[in-house]
Design a protein around this ligand. Structure first.
Ligand SMILES: NC(=O)c1ccc[n+]([C@@H]2O[C@H](COP(=O)([O-])OP(=O)(O)OC[C@H]3O[C@@H](n4cnc5c(N)ncnc54)[C@H](OP(=O)(O)O)[C@@H]3O)[C@@H](O)[C@H]2O)c1
Length: 325
């Protein structure tokens, strides 16, 4: 039965996607006599962790045979919120089942040890591979110091990624596009493109097809501010969710116009004509105001941009769609 309850934690955790920023996606359920009697998830960066949210809103007395399930080991340190192990002990939970160890060096098994020292029975990891896959972004932040990077490309049956004269080329079917929006765009915190793709395709870089998933942040690598001011991603509602990465010294007037629309313009120095990608990670992993940082990024092209990430050894996953054209 443990697996089914951890699966429920994972489904709950998904509701935090796009809102938890640099934190892990976490869900928790309380089970009594084989039935879920309370559940919660980490709703937003800075808000209560899943197990604390559950135990704070569950008003009944906890029984010794109740089991608390959580997909990531409970934390044992005071951060923006108090340690979850404290409330687990104080509320009298006697059994905890977890999905994966927290890779954060501040936790990494210490939460489990702390609960065991308090006489609580701790079981896990359960469904570890699934739990780690859901939180691959958070694991990457903690183990590599950068977001999880996925390259997404599409090519024609003849092997082309673009047409030489620069015309836009539609190569995927509607079914493939739906899949991309649900399983790639909808599962990453940001989508990144090179400026030439914006000039050629004028993409929106949103999640569409009626899916109720948060649209990721849009990031454009544009060292010389060549982005057209007519581009859809820097106009209307899309502007405030777009970040243009440019080099110091690029056109101040364009810079100013983008910022007036709500676009974030971030300057990162160039080394041999390329951005120092550690500067990019720094910008995308520093929470400011309502921006909570990102844990995963989908690199959608084009070829020069993919190549820059590959050459820097910064690719965790590659998905290529074989087009219908
Ligand atoms: N088949 C597909 O899946 C797919 C997906 C997306 C796009 N496309 C197609 O690909 C074509 C565009 O691809 P492309 O390779 O020509 O251009 P691109 O990758 O879209 O953009 C390249 C430009 O972005 C900037 N850039 C990218 N990485 C950078 C880095 N690390 N540091 C600094 N600047 C960086 C540079 O701008 P500067 O030139 O200003 O220095 C660079 O020349 C279009 O035809 C588009 O339709 C195909």
């Amino acid at each position: 039965m443990h697996e089914a309850f951890i699966h429920r934690c994972l489904a709950l955790a998904e509701h935090g996607r796009g809102k938890v920023g640099l934190n892990p996606l976490v869900g928790a359920v309380l089970v009594r006599e084989g039935k879920i009697i309370a559940e919660a998830f980490h709703e937003e960066f800075g808000k209560a962790h899943a197990e604390r949210a559950l135990l704070e809103k569950f008003e009944q007395k906890i029984r010794s045979d109740d089991i608390l399930y959580v997909n990531v080991e409970p934390c044992c340190h005071q951060g923006k919120t108090p340690a979850c192990t404290d409330i687990i002990r104080k509320r009298g939970v006697k059994q905890v089942v977890f999905g994966m160890v927290d890779p954060d060096p501040l936790v990494q098994g210490k939460g489990i040890a702390c609960l065991r020292e308090a006489g609580i029975t701790v079981t896990g990891p359960i469904e570890r591979a699934q739990c780690e896959w859901l939180n691959r972004g958070f694991i990457s932040l903690r183990s590599k110091g950068r977001p999880w990077v996925t390259i997404h490309s599409a090519r024609t049956r003849g092997g082309a990624y673009a047409v030489p004269d620069g015309r836009p080329l539609k190569m995927t079917s509607e079914e493939q596009d739906r899949w991309t929006h649900q399983w790639l765009r909808g599962q990453h915190d940001a989508i990144l493109v090179g400026v030439q793709t914006v000039i050629t395709d004028d993409p929106q870089l949103t999640v569409r097809f009626g899916m109720h998933l948060p649209s990721p942040l849009r990031v454009v690598l544009d060292p010389h501010l060549r982005i057209p001011l007519s581009a859809r991603m820097v106009n209307g509602d899309l502007a405030s969710g777009t970040v243009v990465i440019t080099a110091p010294g690029s056109d101040r007037a364009v810079h100013q116009q983008l910022m007036e629309r709500g676009v974030s313009v971030v300057e990162i120095p160039l080394t041999d004509g390329h951005f120092d990608l550690s500067g990019l990670w720094n910008a995308l992993m520093t929470p400011t105001g309502s921006f909570h940082g990102i844990a995963s990024i989908l690199v959608e092209g084009g070829a020069k941009t993919w190549q820059n990430f590959r050459a820097a050894g910064l690719v965790d996953e590659e998905v290529t769609l074989l087009g219908v054209a």
